[in-house]
Design a protein around this ligand. Structure first.
Ligand SMILES: C[S@@+](CC[C@H](N)C(=O)[O-])C[C@H]1O[C@@H](n2cnc3c(N)ncnc32)[C@H](O)[C@@H]1O
Length: 306
């Protein structure tokens, strides 16, 4: 039988899949993240269910990294897009030193206060735009044992990924969504934009799929792991919830004019009628971990597939 040859996978395909959907303008603005910073801290302090979810995600990441011996004694860690500093503070309990960096000065201040309150003074938090900053300002080439990024638009394409890698002398961790489900979001899409399929223009796992394939194509050995968080119950109607649904629907319903006011009205109407909002959600996070020094010889398969 003739050997079967399929069409060569093209790394440009994965790069375009990732980079063609640029982050929405507000996601690249420090002003937006400054505004969200206070809300997040308030939610972490006042809502046990939210805190439990966030800490669960942090602990799953910590356990995965401890299992790979990456945040133990002597390790220097950088968290890009560190947000309120939960990861950095947790890792500082076992690592030598953790640097958190975030576009939003307000977020960096909250993160520093959180680390101090937890007694972790082996941390520092810097307000910087990762995409604009030069390597020296970020600490220097190969300055860290582990460089991580979780759910951040700081890493929005191949150039960002390679910049992140050049800061590490050992490993990198990239965390992104693999799948999210939300019964309220699905119902809202049906009721407000009936004719448009859910997830019509957006696929949650796009970044994970692209990053994994680009790394594998580049000769690295990406290791994967997953963490799922399910929740079923009431959700509070506030500005943050309306903002998040507006942002999600704008991404998902390409070509549809998504209005924040319409979403707010819709949610308020249910809230008035039922006295509360409920939903079933499931969030599946994907971890991609790789050693920047370990590479296969890619000459043969590049030749074979070209
Ligand atoms: C969704 S939050 C994620 C926070 C945290 N890493 C986590 O997983 O919970 C995204 C964070 O990335 C930060 N960010 C966005 N663009 C950035 C950039 N260009 N450089 C550094 N941080 C950035 C935002 O300020 C925000 O705190």
């Amino acid at each position: 039988m003739k050997p079967h040859r399929t069409k060569a996978p093209d790394p440009l395909f994965f790069q375009e899949l990732w980079e063609n959907l640029e982050p929405a303008d507000h996601l690249t603005s420090p002003k937006h993240w400054n505004m969200r910073a206070d809300g997040w801290i308030k939610k972490l302090e006042e809502r046990p269910v939210y805190r439990e979810k966030e800490l669960g995600r942090v602990q799953a990441t910590r356990d995965f990294l401890l299992g790979q011996d990456l945040i133990g004694p002597g390790k220097k860690v950088l968290d890009i897009g560190c947000g309120p500093g939960l990861f950095a503070t947790e890792f500082a309990k076992t690592a030598e030193f953790v640097t958190g960096l975030d576009l939003s000065p307000r977020m960096a201040r909250h993160a520093a206060a959180y680390a101090r309150a937890q007694g972790q003074d082996n941390t520092r938090f810097i307000a910087l735009d990762f995409r604009e900053a030069d390597l020296q300002t970020l600490g220097g080439a190969r300055a860290y044992d582990l460089v991580m990024s979780s759910l951040t638009p700081a890493i929005s394409g191949l150039a960002d990924l390679y910049k992140m890698m050049s800061l590490s002398r050992d490993s990198c961790l990239h965390v992104s969504f693999v799948e999210t489900r939300d019964s309220l979001r699905a119902k809202m899409i049906r009721d407000l934009y009936g004719h448009v399929d859910q997830k019509g223009g957006h696929w949650d796992g796009r970044v994970f799929y692209s990053v994994f394939n680009l790394l594998f194509w580049g000769g690295y050995y990406p290791v994967t792991s997953y963490f799922t968080y399910n929740k079923d119950g009431a959700v509070e109607l506030d500005d943050d919830l309306i903002d998040r649904y507006t942002s999600m629907l704008s991404k998902e319903l390409m070509g549809v004019d998504v209005s924040r006011e319409a979403i707010q009205e819709y949610l308020e109407a249910i809230n008035r009628k039922k006295g509360h909002l409920t939903r079933q959600t499931s969030e599946n996070y994907g971890f991609i971990l790789w050693n920047v020094n370990k590479k296969r010889n890619t000459t043969n398969y590049a030749k074979e597939l070209s």
